[in-house]
Design a protein around this ligand. Structure first.
Ligand code: HPA
Ligand code: ZN
Length: 339
């Protein structure tokens, strides 16, 4: 392993764009499927991995929603979440803001309570046994109606002590942000942090529209912003964080390969870019794998890595005091180990 990879492995970061259902590794999917007697189209983990070839976002979502059908009980959601948290902590992730998609479970007859109690049990355990803190962001599926989204927002209000934010995910094409304007207004009135996927398969105009109609604090992905100079100026000026997921973008063919990725150009343009793993069980790597692959292909240097790690905490919803603690930890790490 080269020196930069070693530096990346040790640096503390936050992860802000992670779908918990996207951490369902094929081995766990197969074993939970057996436990719950849910049939899967794959006989074993290896053949599942082989089938994970995606031509675009929708081709991935079809496989992803099918796989989540094995998740039925509180124990399943606990097992899923604790496995991810252990993995994240082992990669020196200090803080995670995790997405979950309750509608992909409730429409199969799994109750909201089952999902959130399983996730929360893993959070409580992690907070006392692992060196990382956790927050939960409930995503609204944008291919469903706003009325259905508002119903699940009502559930979130009942569990507000465990839910920090509201996000928007699933198919961007054909489901513009303005479809959810009332829902996001309501979420903000209720004091939730709000974020939304935009500019992944959508263009720069989709990002602009998301900012102007939903008034979110962060944009998830956002890589297509670079097509519009005035939008980039605005994002830089306001330091709106963009939670970029390099391996996801390559696997979903947003970019042909990692060398074509615009992450470095975004970073050097002054955007508040962060690196995240999105759905690591499907895209070939967790957060530090994303850092390492991007660093290799784009020839990122040590200062780029430090900036990306700093941005991850700056862009988080942690208190200013906690942000300072982690930013100081990065300075100590960078100074002591490798200057
Ligand atoms: N984009 C949109 N919806 C998603 C994604 C994504 O990358 N991952 C899981 N749901
Ligand atoms: Zn995502």
């Amino acid at each position: 392993m080269n020196q930069l990879s070693q530096f990346i492995e040790g640096i503390p970061t936050a992860e802000l764009h992670l779908h918990i259902e996207g951490t369902l590794e094929p081995e766990l999917m197969i074993s939970i499927g057996k436990r719950n007697k849910v049939a899967l189209p794959y006989p074993d983990a290896e053949s599942a991995r082989k089938a994970y070839n995606f031509s675009d976002l929708q081709s991935f979502l079809n496989i992803y929603y099918r796989a989540t059908a094995v998740l039925l009980t509180e124990e399943d959601f606990y097992d899923l979440t604790i496995a991810y948290l252990k993995k994240a902590a082992s990669q020196n992730v200090r803080h995670v803001e995790i997405f979950f998609d309750p509608q992909s479970h409730t429409r199969r007859g799994v109750t909201f309570e089952t999902v959130i109690k399983g996730i929360e049990r893993a959070f409580v355990e992690a907070n006392s046994t692992l060196t990382l803190s956790t927050k939960l962001i409930m995503c609204i599926l944008r291919h469903l109606s706003e009325v259905e989204g508002l119903e699940v927002l009502e559930k979130a209000l009942e569990w507000k002590q465990w839910i920090a934010g509201i996000g928007l995910d699933s198919a961007e094409r054909g489901n513009p942000p303005e479809k959810f304007q009332h829902l996001f207004e309501r979420a903000q009135r209720e004091g939730f942090l709000t974020v939304a996927h935009a500019g992944e398969e959508g263009n720069a105009a989709s990002i602009k529209k998301t900012l102007d109609t939903l008034h979110v604090s962060r944009i998830d992905h956002g890589v297509h912003c670079m097509e519009d100079n005035s939008l980039v100026d605005e994002l830089v000026l306001r330091q709106i964080p963009l939670t970029v997921c390099p391996l996801s973008n390559v696997r979903l063919q947003v970019f042909k390969n990692m060398k074509q990725h615009n992450l470095k150009a975004m970073l050097h343009r002054g955007l508040c870019v962060t690196i995240n793993s999105d759905d690591p069980a499907y895209f070939g790597g967790y957060i530090k794998d994303n850092y390492i692959e991007a660093a290799k292909a784009l020839m990122l240097d040590r200062d780029d890595i430090i900036r990306l790690a700093q941005n991850s905490f700056i862009a988080s919803s942690l208190s200013e005091t906690h942000k300072k603690l982690y930013l100081n930890e990065i300075i100590r790490y960078a100074g002591h180990e490798y200057s």
